[in-house]
Design a binder for this molecule. Structure first.
Ligand code: S2G
Ligand code: ZN
Length: 389
């Protein structure tokens, strides 16, 4: 019987949708939280633990989890491992694969495999099964427990908004921002999309008039203010083009502008989502041509472009085309491949992007993936129809 593992069901590429009589394996009951290993700054949790529950469990120990994302109240750790989730702090801590020290999973054969659940930071004994299962989207094994790396909670957070004339300017600023040791996030927003968010939140953005391009930069650590001052001085932006928030409540207020982008798109109608990566040199040209690429096949569509600029990861949200009209997103993904980018940065392949895997990875790599699949799931019961074309 085909099995479809599900955690919080917050996936964005139809990677956990049952078809043809498949049985959904709901993992949310596996939500136990083991004691935090403070000395090692690690913890083992059940796959069904929500990201929010994990964050609350480790916070009293002065520890945080390196991956954070908007769906934290329902996304589960197991699902985040299965999709190798990225989120808001990849530039500082990496994606889920960088937080996973070990895991337990049930393979398609029914075998229960434990890979370094003890969390040894160095265990160079054979293939990295945890790393392989991370990002396999439930097609090689069902994750049941995960051993995670934790990070010291930064004492102070500063969130800076930088109003810039263009995406090219924002990409130029990246090098200076990356140089700051307290850097935790760099998110791109654009004026037309911020105007939609202003309408959605029914309040004005802190920088007025809306700059063509805005970078949200989070600096966090023991004392991030020298980094902030140095960055603002180096950039030499006029005061009216910068805004700073200090401390959690004010920082959350600034983040609300970025996290409300998908909501503002959804408020307009059905959203066709592309989650893409561009090489640094391709970011500005891509943003400069993506709306025309959409317009060609979907006149009058609304296209939002925002995301994790330091990771080269942009979210393209298109509203307007019918649910079954893939032409606009196909045009976006062709443009991405034309720039040497990736058709999926952090959301995974699921069912939605399966047709693009061969284009992205090539015959030999996909053949190797099939070999791995047939070894670990010989009967093809794990999430059939997902990831592999
Ligand atoms: C983001 C998740 C939200 C979405 O905003 O960073 O990865 O719906 C996305 O695309
Ligand atoms: Zn994202």
């Amino acid at each position: 019987v085909a099995l479809v593992p599900q955690g919080g069901n917050t996936g964005l590429v139809a990677g956990a949708v049952p078809h043809d009589g498949a049985v959904v394996v709901d993992l949310r009951a596996l939500d136990h939280l083991e004691a935090v290993d403070v000395a090692a700054a690690q913890v083992t949790v059940g796959a069904g633990t929500t990201l929010e529950a994990l964050q609350e469990h480790v916070a009293p120990h002065g520890l945080s989890f390196g991956v954070d994302l908007g769906a934290r109240d329902s996304a589960t750790v197991g699902g985040m491992v299965a999709t190798n989730a990225g989120g808001l702090h990849v530039v500082r801590y990496g994606s889920m694969r960088s937080q996973v020290l070990g895991l337990e999973a049930v393979l398609g054969t029914g075998e229960v495999v434990a890979a370094n659940l003890g969390g040894l930071v160095k265990d160079n004994t054979g293939y990295d099964l945890a790393g392989l299962i991370c990002g396999s989207e439930g097609t090689l094994g069902i994750v049941t427990r995960v051993r995670l790396r934790l990070v010291p909670t930064p004492e102070e957070r500063l969130v800076l908004l930088l109003g810039l004339p263009s995406v090219a300017d924002a990409v130029d600023v990246l090098a200076r921002v990356r140089a700051r040791p307290t850097l935790h996030s760099v998110e791109l927003m654009r004026a037309p999309d911020l105007a939609l968010v202003e309408a959605h939140l029914d309040r004005p953005f802190p920088l007025q008039p809306l700059p063509p391009c805005v970078l949200l930069v989070e600096l966090a650590g023991a004392d991030p203010s020298p980094d902030l001052e140095r960055l603002v001085t180096e950039l030499g932006l006029p005061d009216e083009r910068t805004a700073v928030a200090e401390g959690d409540p004010a920082a959350a207020g600034m983040w609300r502008w970025r996290e409300a982008h998908p909501e503002a798109a959804a408020a307009l109608g059905l959203v066709h989502k592309a989650d893409v990566t561009l090489p640094a040199g391709g970011l500005a040209p891509f943003v400069g041509s993506v709306e025309a690429a959409v317009e060609a096949s979907a006149p009058g569509a609304t296209t939002l472009v925002y995301g994790h600029l330091a990771d080269g990861n942009l979210h393209v949200n298109v509203v307007g085309p019918d649910a079954d009209d893939d032409r606009p997103l196909d045009a976006v993904l062709e443009l991405v491949l034309g720039h040497g980018g990736s058709v999926s940065a952090e959301h995974g392949i699921g069912r939605a992007k399966r047709a693009w895997l061969l284009r992205q990875r090539g015959e030999a790599a996909v053949a190797a993936m099939r070999d791995l699949k047939s070894a670990l799931d010989p009967d093809g019961v794990l999430n059939p129809g997902v990831l592999l074309p």
